[in-house]
Design a protein. Structure first.
Lengths: 248, 216
């Protein structure tokens, strides 16, 4: 067998809600250790595509594989498959009844059934890494948006995932908190964490992306290395970039 | 008039009734809560074959007065071989009726938990039952506490209904005592006060728990 470093593969993925086609045949891949940024206008299907990867949505045509394993929402081992890819949500979705530390420990202890003492040590070091060593025992309600999102990233990392999916991780943040979250994500990119990121932070995408997918109307309108964000060929891409980089 | 002069004589009899009221309430509450949780889990299971019959059953039971449920269990069930004492029938009847109210309370609480929480639980690989236990139910519990407290107080008061099948709980003891002494004023005032001795502390405790839960 030929050596293949594909981590996430999309093969002609199609999805509709009711009669409304949302993904019209997406073919793409994320290689191991790569950062792929997914950009595009609202309603393009970015979140939907991302959510199909960990089975939060099902899809009707084509195939998504993670490390060769087919993603199928109706299969009984979907829960096991989900432990391989972590997800960071726009609205953080921390468990409000658990402290930062407990949020990070939850998956490894209760899903992966690892020893709590070991998980605790790992969780402490992850929270320290994202700059929250003084907030371990805080409940989410007592944390700022930026802090909550960093806990969410630590929670994702605690699962030791093969890849992390981010759905607009900074869109719900006040501007002054965007930087602290992007900093953490940048450091993950430097460590070659495999990431698929939906973002409107074009500057950030330019810096970290190995590959950029521009999605429009459920199709890939343009793709290429981060350079395409400087010199897009597609008219829709040009339009979109003009709007997000110069909102006025 | 011998107003309130015989209160001390009446008290032991009424306390017997009070004890039975507590017993009926507590046992019916435990049973109703367990059944209510079951109804709520079935109704939110996302499996129509479970959710729909449960919904119909609840609608059906909610349309029948407690009195009729009690009569049915006590007088009709023996015909099909289920023979319960008045006390057992009273507890079961109350529990079945209240399981519907409590079940709806629990269901509303479960459905009020943010969708994003369930997605976060799924995204770290939790299956349905783990998601329920670790994520949804703890949060639903907090949401549900005030209406559930309300259900408990209502159940306590409605426990007086079991007197119709001759369970000698507080209101029944009061009625018997009043009709033999003709001291209606004293007896029923005492009965009312004894109910308040239960409901006021109960409300107080429920409030405290709510406050404590609100912090975490
Ligand atoms: N649960 C759903 N039911 C019906 N239609 C949906 C559902 N979720 C998404 N859609 C539709 O699918 C399309 C793509 O939505 P999606 O959320 O993937 O877009 P997006 O690119 O993430 O947009 P945004 O930048 O606004 O987040 C939209 O037209 C949306 O209305
Ligand atoms: Mg989206």
């Amino acid at each position: 067998m030929v050596f293949d470093d594909t981590m996430i593969a999309f093969k002609d993925v199609r999805k509709s809600f009711g009669g409304h086609e949302v993904l019209g045949g997406i073919t793409a891949r994320v290689r191991r250790g790569q950062v792929v940024c997914l950009i595009g206008p609202s309603g393009a299907g970015k979140s939907t595509l991302l959510r199909c990867v960990n089975g939060l949505e099902d899809y009707q045509g084509g195939e998504i594989t993670i490390d060769g394993l087919r993603i199928d929402v109706s299969s009984p081992d979907i829960h096991e498959v989900r432990t391989r890819v972590a997800m960071v949500f726009q609205r953080f979705n921390l468990f409000p009844h658990r402290t930062a530390l407990e949020n990070v420990m939850e998956g490894p202890v209760f899903v992966l059934k690892e020893k709590p003492a070991e998980v605790r040590a790992r969780a402490v070091s992850l929270l320290t890494r994202v700059g929250l060593s003084d907030k371990m025992d805080a409940y989410p309600a007592a944390l700022s948006g930026g802090q909550q999102q960093r806990v969410a990233i630590a929670r994702a990392l605690a699962m030791r995932p093969e890849a992390i999916l981010f759905d607009e991780p900074t869109s719900a943040l006040d501007p002054e908190m965007v930087g602290e979250v992007l900093r953490v994500m940048r450091s993950l990119a430097e460590e070659n964490m495999t990431m698929l990121i939906v973002t409107h932070e074009i500057q950030f995408a330019r810096e970290v992306a190995d590959w950029v997918l521009f999605l429009d109307g459920g199709r890939i309108a343009e793709e290429g290395p981060a350079d395409i964000l400087r010199n897009p060929k597609n008219e829709r891409t040009q339009d979109f970039l003009r709007r997000v980089t110069d909102p006025a | 008039m011998k107003l309130f002069t015989h209160g001390a004589e009446y008290l032991p009899i009424l306390l017997n009734g009070l004890w039975l009221t507590i017993l009926v309430t507590v046992l019916a509450l435990i049973l109703a809560s367990a059944l209510g949780l079951l109804w709520a889990l079935l109704r939110t299971s996302g499996i129509p074959a479970l959710a729909t019959p449960t919904r119909i059953l609840i609608e059906f039971l909610r349309g029948i007065p407690i009195l009729v449920v009690l009569f049915y269990i006590y007088f009709v069930m023996p015909d099909i071989g289920i023979d319960l004492t008045a006390l057992q029938a009273g507890i079961v009847g109350l529990a079945i009726t209240y399981s519907c109210y409590i079940g709806e309370t629990f269901r509303a609480g479960i459905e009020a938990v943010d969708r994003g929480q369930i997605e976060a639980a799924k995204s770290i690989g939790m299956d349905r039952s783990l998601t329920m236990r670790r994520v949804v139910l703890p949060q639903a519990f907090k949401i549900v506490l005030p209406p559930y407290g309300n259900n408990i107080v209502m159940l306590l008061k409605d426990s007086s209904q079991v007197s119709v099948i001759s369970v000698a709980e507080l209101s029944m003891q009061g009625k018997v005592l009043a009709s033999s002494t003709f001291d209606n004023m004293t007896v029923f005032t005492m009965v009312a006060l004894l109910y308040l001795c239960l409901t006021i502390p109960l409300n107080f405790i429920l409030h405290r728990v709510e406050k404590r839960m609100g912090k975490a």
